[in-house]
Design a protein around this ligand. Sequence first.
Ligand SMILES: Cc1cc2nc3c(=O)[nH]c(=O)nc-3n(C[C@H](O)[C@H](O)[C@H](O)COP(=O)(O)OP(=O)(O)OC[C@H]3O[C@@H](n4cnc5c(N)ncnc54)[C@H](O)[C@@H]3O)c2cc1C
Length: 52
Amino acid sequence: MIHDLVVIGGGAAGFYAAAILREQSPKARILILERGKEVLTKVKVSGGDAVM
Ligand SMILES: Cc1cc2nc3c(=O)[nH]c(=O)nc-3n(C[C@H](O)[C@H](O)[C@H](O)COP(=O)(O)OP(=O)(O)OC[C@H]3O[C@@H](n4cnc5c(N)ncnc54)[C@H](O)[C@@H]3O)c2cc1C
């Protein structure tokens, strides 16, 4: 499958980049690759649950 954006790492920066592209180009095919079992772990630690 061909993607318009492939993000290495499911952290805040990667999700933000993906969100910006999706906002500008709703049909963009985006893949986020995360090596861990969960994404956005640091955001959760820092109190980001409200946005999840
Ligand atoms: C305990 C703690 C509390 C914090 N509190 C705050 C706060 O209150 N306010 C604030 O503004 N900031 C806070 N921060 C900082 C903020 O969380 C980080 O600045 C932010 O998470 C950085 O985002 P990032 O996407 O650059 O990196 P990360 O969040 O580290 O994300 C990178 C991701 O990439 C993955 N990855 C790395 N290499 C690979 C690879 N080769 N293949 C696949 N995946 C890979 C990692 O597993 C990780 O999930 C806190 C950080 C910590 C640790």
